[in-house]
Design a protein around this ligand. Structure first.
Ligand SMILES: NC(=O)c1ccc[n+]([C@@H]2O[C@H](COP(=O)([O-])OP(=O)(O)OC[C@H]3O[C@@H](n4cnc5c(N)ncnc54)[C@H](O)[C@@H]3O)[C@@H](O)[C@H]2O)c1
Length: 350
C-alpha cells in the first residue's frame, strides 16, 4: 500500500486528481491536506468521502508541526496542489500568495526531506511533485511556445510566487538530490472549478443573466487543457518522470478569451435560455500586467512518457458546461457569501 499526500485536494484540480487516483488504484491511500480557503470545498469530494483509502485533514501547509506530524505516517509521494491560485486576487492582495505558495512549499519540502532522508541520500521510491503553471514563463507574442528551458519571466504576484516555489523545489534537488518533479500546465477547465475563473464565471453569469465581463479587447490567448487529461499527466510524472525533471503539460488548444465566452453564450442560448445572447458581453478595463498569450510545447512529456491530451476541446467544453448545468446547487453554494464581496470588489468600478 502506497500513501500519497495530496495538498489542496479540496480545490478544482486536486479534487479531480483524488477522484481519478482513487478509482484507478485500489492499493493507494490518499491523505488530503487542505486549509479550506474560499476555493476549497469538501462538496467537491462528497462521492469519495467514505472511501476507506481516503482521509481528509483540515490544515495549512505552512503549519510545520501539523505537516511533520502527517509525515510521521509513511508518506511515499507528495503532490502539492495547495496554492492561492487566482491572478486577480494576487493583484489585490499579494502577501498570502507568498505565504502559501512559497513558504508553504518550503514547509512541505522540509518535512519530506526530514522524513525521507537516509544518511546522505533518500529512501527509495519517494517523490515530491510540485504542480506549477505555464505562467512562470511570462507572455508570448503571436508565435512560439514555452518549453521546459524557456527562461522564467513571471509578471503577476501569483506567477512570481509559483516561480519562486519552483526554484526552491529545484534547489532541493540540486542541493540535496531530493527526488522531485515539477509540472507546468496550461489553463485547466472542467468540473468543480471555482467560478472566479473564466469558464465557470461565464457559465454562472449566463445562467443568472448577469453581464459577462471580458478583459481588454478579449484577444488574450490561453491554451486549454481538460482537467482529467492533466490528472493523467500528473499520475504519469509521479510514477515515471525522471527525478529532478520539469515537464510541461498543455492541451494544444489555443483560444482567445472572447472565443470561449461566445461559445458559452451560444450553448446556453441554444440549450437553456434563448434570451441569453451576446448583448451580455461587457468589455471591462484590462487586468493589470495582463499576459497576452500562453502556449505550451508538451513534446517532452509526450515523447518520454507517452502522454497526450485525449479530450478534444469541443467535447471537453460541452461536458464542462453540462456539468455546471447539472450542478446548479453547487454553483449557488460556492457563489454565496465571500464570493459576492469579491465580485463587487472586482467588477463594480470597471
Ligand atoms: N487551474 C488552473 O488552470 C491551473 C493552471 C496551472 C497551474 N495550476 C496550479 O494547480 C494547483 C491547483 O490549482 P486549482 O485551480 O485547483 O486551485 P484552487 O484554487 O481551485 O484550489 C486550491 C486549493 O488549495 C487549498 N489551499 C490554499 N491555501 C492552502 C494552504 N495554505 N494550506 C492548505 N491548503 C490550501 C484551497 O483550500 C483549495 O482547496 C495550484 O498550485 C495552481 O497554481 C492551476
Amino acid at each position: 500500500m502506497k500513501t500519497i499526500l495530496v495538498t489542496g485536494g479540496a480545490g478544482f484540480i486536486g479534487s479531480n486528481f483524488i477522484r481519478y487516483m482513487l478509482s484507478k488504484y485500489k492499493d493507494y491511500k490518499i491523505i488530503n491536506l487542505d486549509k479550506l480557503t474560499y476555493a476549497g470545498n469538501l462538496e467537491n469530494l462528497k462521492d469519495v468521502e467514505d472511501n476507506p483509502n481516503y482521509t481528509f485533514i483540515k490544515g495549512d501547509i505552512c503549519d510545520k508541526e501539523l505537516v511533520e506530524e502527517i509525515f510521521s505516517q509513511d508518506i511515499d509521494y507528495v503532490v502539492n496542489f495547495a496554492a492561492e491560485s487566482h491572478v486577480d486576487r494576487s493583484i489585490m492582495d499579494p502577501e498570502i500568495f507568498v505565504k502559501t505558495n512559497v513558504l508553504g512549499t518550503v514547509t512541505l519540502l522540509n518535512a519530506a526531506k526530514k522524513a525521507w532522508e537516509e544518511g546522505d541520500s533518500f529512501k527509495e521510491g519517494k517523490k515530491f511533485l510540485q504542480v506549477s503553471t505555464d505562467e512562470v514563463y511570462g507572455s508570448l507574442g503571436e508565435t512560439g511556445y514555452f518549453t521546459e528551458t524557456t527562461p522564467l519571466d513571471p509578471h503577476s504576484p501569483y506567477s512570481s510566487s509559483k516561480a519562486a516555489a519552483d526554484l526552491i523545489v529545484k534547489a532541493y534537488y540540486d542541493t540535496y538530490k531530493m527526488p522531485v518533479n515539477i509540472t507546468r500546465c496550461s489553463n485547466n477547465y472542467g468540473p468543480y472549478q471555482f467560478p472566479e475563473k473564466l469558464i465557470p464565471l461565464m457559465i454562472n453569469n449566463c445562467l443568472n443573466k448577469k453581464p459577462l465581463p471580458v478583459y481588454g479587447d478579449g484577444l488574450n490567448v490561453r491554451d486549454w487543457l481538460y482537467v482529467e487529461d492533466h490528472c493523467k499527466a500528473i499520475d504519469l510524472v509521479l510514477h515515471k518522470g525522471r527525478i529532478g525533471e520539469i515537464y510541461n503539460i498543455g492541451g494544444n488548444n489555443e483560444k482567445t478569451n472572447i472565443e470561449i465566452v461566445k461559445l458559452i453564450v451560444a450553448y446556453i442560448h441554444d440549450n437553456v435560455d434563448p434570451t441569453v445572447d451576446e448583448s451580455l458581453i461587457t468589455y471591462v478595463a484590462d487586468r493589470k500586467g495582463h499576459d497576452r498569450r500562453y502556449a505550451i510545447d508538451a513534446t517532452k512529456i509526450k515523447e518520454e512518457l507517452g502522454w497526450y491530451p485525449e479530450t478534444k476541446f469541443e467535447e471537453g467544453i460541452k461536458k464542462t458546461i453540462e456539468w455546471y448545468l447539472k450542478n446548479r446547487e453547487w454553483l449557488k453554494n460556492v457563489t454565496s457569501g465571500e464570493y459576492q464581496k469579491y465580485y463587487e470588489r472586482m467588477y463594480s468600478n470597471r
